[in-house]
Design a protein around this ligand. Sequence first.
Ligand code: ARG
Length: 585
Amino acid sequence: MSSLSSRLTEIVSDIFVQLELPVELGQVDVSDRPDLAQFQCNGAMSAARIAKKAPRQIAEDIVALLRDRVEFETVEIAGPGFINLTVTDAYLQSHLQQTIMTDRFGAPNLGQGQTIVLDYGGPNLGKAMHVGHIRTAIIGDSLRKILSYVGYKTISDVHMGDWGTPMGMILSELEIRYPNWVYFDPDFSGDYPQETPLTIKDFEELYPTASKACKADPDRHKQAQSATLDLQNKRAGYYVLWKHFTNVSVESMKENYASLDVHFDLWKGESDVHDLIAPMVDLLKEKSYALQSEGALVISVEQHNDTKEIPPLILYKKDGAVMYGTTDMATLVERMNLYHPSKIIYVADQRQHLHFEQVFRAVQKAGIVPDSTELIHAGFGTMNGTDGTPFKTREGGVMKLDDFLEMAIHKSLEKLNEVHAENDLSDKEKNDIATKIGISAIKFADLQNNRISDYIFDLDRLTSFEGKTGPYILYQAVRIKSLLKKAGDHSFKDILVSESNKEIILLLTTFPDVLEGTCRNYTPHILCDYVYSLAQNFSSFYNHCHILSEGNETVKSSHLALCKLILDQIETCMGLLGIKVPERM
Ligand code: ARG
């Protein structure tokens, strides 16, 4: 399966080879001057330099061999030696039928069944999930869907932060408040209560208070650190209490992710690999990779060609507690053992880049991850408010994820009511549709920019039914749905290529390349650009062709078949972005 331009590249490359020119110069791309031609090949200029001939002469030689081919309507030379190509309608139609109208729209099989582990989410226990967690979840879950669509076996892990100093801060805060709880009695030997003493509401208040206190008072901070160490050593009362708050937190996290329609295969956390740390570190010591440095145990990760300093990764702090990097390393031990992945992708804030660089180097140096497994940090920028600073509540506080969702859904409901002042939708139907629109607005806004860039979340603009937004695309898809409903029962027949639909058909034939481009650097914005163009193209096609009143039955049926194909494509692409299309809106 391949895109039309890659099929044409094969044809043109063969001719380069026939003329003893480098094969890669036969690359054919979609033309950047669609008014002149559909495709172009710019290889003649470089070929001329190699063959020491005039570029136009080379172009003439190539064109002479291309002109006889049945695929092309026109083959022309422009400027110094650009080769402009336009295919015949018959060829375009047969290509459409043989690739795009088959299973998965001609999607390439890039994965060939290899396994990819995706690490996204990374919520922290005890802390409420906020909009900062939204980007990793949305980008990661979309990458999971896209990568499995192109043939990878994917395993996604939420990798909760559940083993670091914040845990000790909360435990020590509770110990100060409730010194009489059995969990804090070191001599207690009975059964601890089964019921959790805390709710999620308690947590939301506990961590900020504890963290503030620790910042203000070094002794209080020491107490938190020692509680962290005790927890990591699985001190009975601490461990039981910690288990309670894991359960309560996970329950609430699951609800949050479900309302965002984001899925994880594994609900593991940093704590899950604790028992792998000691043997891992023993091995590192044996191989003399783990070294003492100022009381801590570290692994050096510098490389001779570094242009800036890459500090060593700390395995054990002075007090013996493990760090973020230690758990990440041990998690790699586990992931390699259990899943043998060919790639592991971390979708995490770009500001953590140094951390991942250290971890990747450390595990490669130690032989924990072989060269055949690629480690990727797919970083992302910050989601800002319209004032250009990180998104906050109106009062300037941190906005919680569920409040954020609620806000987008509410706004979508307002917009929906504006568009349909009167309609027959029940309140429940309206709410369901508004939920889909709100989520589409959030997800599309997050995915449409290159993930590395910061972006501005402007709720009003992003929930609009016009412009490059999720709701705009849903709206076009829903228009097709209602058109097909009005057309009644139809068996979809051939799509006939004509002037009115050629642009869309050419666009549809690029889908395999769009997927390849998206997977090359794990950038869903490429897929967003494509689906947005498709929706825009459909809209102008729809405005130009009066499909339902078309008198010629063959033409009408071709139009309807094309609309159905576009709808399937839009729904598939939106699905890959984690967005569902409603029946009406
Ligand atoms: N819990 C981390 C945070 O909130 C993100 C975890 C990312 N994944 C990882 N394996 N380090 O910053």
